[in-house]
Write a protein that binds this ligand. Structure first.
Ligand SMILES: [Zn+2]
Length: 246
C-alpha cells in the first residue's frame, strides 16, 4: 500500500471519504485476490484466446505506480494477446487516471492492444488514446441516453431543459444518426419530458453514433500523424459549449 501501512494509516485513510474507503478496499484486498486468480486461471487452461485477454489480463495496482509496474511486468511475462487496464475511473479523478495511464501503458508490450475498462466520457477517451490506450467499454453512452443526456461535438446537452422546448434545430446538424437526421430538439425534448421510450432510444442511438465517430476520428488522426491537433480541436469544440438558444 505505497508508503503508508499499519494501524496508524488505515483510520486516516478511511476518514477521508467513503469513496477512498472503497478504493482502499479495492486496492488492498480485492485486487491482490483478483491477481492471484489471474495466475491460477491462466495456468489451468492451455489455450490462449481473446476471451482470456478480456477476462484475466487485467493490469491492476490502484493509483500506486509501484504496484501498477509489478502487475504490468507479471502480466507481460505471461504473454497475453492483449492487455486490459482495470481499477481506474473509480472515483480517483481524471488527473490521477491519466497519471497512472502514463505510468502503465509504456510497461505493457508494444504491438498488443490495450483496453481501458469501464471508461468513459468523450474527454476521457481522447486523453486515454493520447496516452496509448486502444480500446474501451462503458455504459455511459447508453445510460446517459436513458437520462436525457446527449454527448455532442460541442459538449454534453440535457434534452430535458426548457431551452430546447421550441427549438426546431437538430441536436447536432453534422450527425447522421436517426435522432439528428429525423427530429428536432423540440420533439426530443417533448419525448423525454413525456417519458416516451422513443426519446431514450433516439438519444441512445445518437450517443452511440457520436462515440463511434469520435473513435473513428481518433483512428484517422493517428494514421495521419495528427493526434495532438485532433485532441486540441476536440477540446476547443467541447469548451465552446452547446449552440446558443433561439
Ligand atoms: Zn445524432
Amino acid at each position: 500500500m505505497g508508503s503508508g501501512s499499519g494501524l496508524d494509516y488505515l483510520p486516516g485513510y478511511l476518514e477521508l471519504s467513503f469513496e477512498n474507503a472503497v478504493l482502499f478496499f479495492y486496492t488492498g484486498v480485492l485486487e491482490p485476490f483478483l491477481f492471484n486468480f489471474v495466475e491460477v486461471f491462466y495456468f489451468s487452461h492451455s489455450k490462449i484466446s481473446f476471451i482470456l485477454f478480456v477476462a484475466v489480463s487485467i493490469s491492476l495496482g490502484g493509483v500506486f505506480e509501484d504496484l501498477r509496474a509489478e502487475s504490468a511486468a507479471a502480466l507481460s511475462d505471461i504473454g497475453f494477446d492483449g492487455y486490459a487496464i482495470g481499477g481506474l475511473a473509480v472515483g480517483e479523478g481524471r488527473e490521477t487516471t491519466f497519471r497512472i495511464l502514463e505510468a502503465v501503458t509504456p510497461l505493457l508490450p508494444a504491438g498488443r492492444p490495450r483496453y481501458l475498462m469501464g471508461v468513459g466520457k468523450p474527454a476521457d477517451l481522447v486523453g486515454a488514446v493520447m496516452r496509448g490506450v486502444d480500446m474501451f467499454d462503458c455504459v455511459l453512452p447508453t445510460r446517459s441516453g436513458r437520462t436525457s443526456q446527449a454527448f455532442t461535438r460541442r459538449g454534453q446537452v440535457n434534452l430535458r431543459n426548457a431551452r430546447h422546448r421550441d427549438d426546431p434545430r437538430p441536436l447536432d446538424d453534422q450527425c447522421a444518426c436517426p435522432a439528428c437526421a429525423g427530429y428536432s430538439r423540440a420533439y426530443l425534448c417533448h419525448l423525454v419530458r413525456s417519458g416516451e421510450i422513443l426519446g431514450l432510444m433516439l438519444l441512445t442511438r445518437h450517443n452511440l453514433t457520436y462515440y463511434q465517430e469520435l473513435m473513428a476520428g481518433l483512428r484517422a488522426a493517428i494514421e495521419k500523424g495528427e493526434l495532438a491537433a485532433f485532441a486540441a480541436d476536440f477540446a476547443a469544440r467541447q469548451e465552446s459549449g452547446d449552440i446558443e438558444p433561439l
